[in-house]
Design a protein around this ligand. Sequence first.
Ligand code: KIV
Length: 276
Amino acid sequence: MAKITTLKLQEMKEKGERISMTTAYDYPTAVLVEKAGIEIILVGDSLMMTVLGDDSTVACTMDQMLHHIKPVVKGAPSPHIVGDMPFGSYNVSKEQAIINATRLLQEGRCDSIKLEGGMEVADTVKAIVDAGIPVMGHIGLTPQTVSKLGGFKIQGKGDAAKKVLDDALALQAAGAFAIVLECIPEDLGKLITEKLTIPTIGIGGGRYTDGQVLVFHDMVGLFEKFVPKFVKQYLNLSPEIVKALEKFKEEVKCGEFPEAQHTFGGVSEEELKRLY
Ligand code: KIV
């Protein structure tokens, strides 16, 4: 697969070709996603919950993001790789946001960055784009501000729909190349997708967005704390892995593992006798 650029993603929207996107936080997952031919990898701050065990994404730092972006970039040369800007890394000033976004590209070597928020971050998005860095927006349910939103719940219902649409238009006007629409009513996802000229990527945004994103650990059944309604589990790996681990333990205890084929030779009988 040729490297996926923002231009290619725009072309896909214009041709009505759906865009697939998933998360990856390490080299082996990135290799799998590359093999599957998925167009976009998000190194998301969801890693705080899925692989680092926190209850939210809020505590994620720039150094943690860089630590995870680097191996993903090594494992997946073709997909477009988006690095997530962690909470607090773009909210202090435009200068701070540009410096941190630059770090993700320069040190992490990803292709673009993603940040959460609508109208309130539009000036920041413009400043980062003007600095030469492609920005993906993220509106609707924004996990970094989950305390302010009052929990992980659907956004943009009723009167609140207008705010989500205005957020989308503001991000597009600010130069975002795509926008994640998280956990909003399907009709609103469709309306925003039709109004925007840039691609929308839904996660709980209904069937009519230009693309879909799922968190890798959710879709393969590796995150057991909770499974949101919008997730489709294509695999249920956790019980399979537990079964394999239990079998390993059993075989170690009864001496069935390792077998001769898993061992090394290399000391002659004579040498052994001498050593004994
Ligand atoms: O961090 C993440 O994985 C995300 C997705 C939920 C879009 O932002």
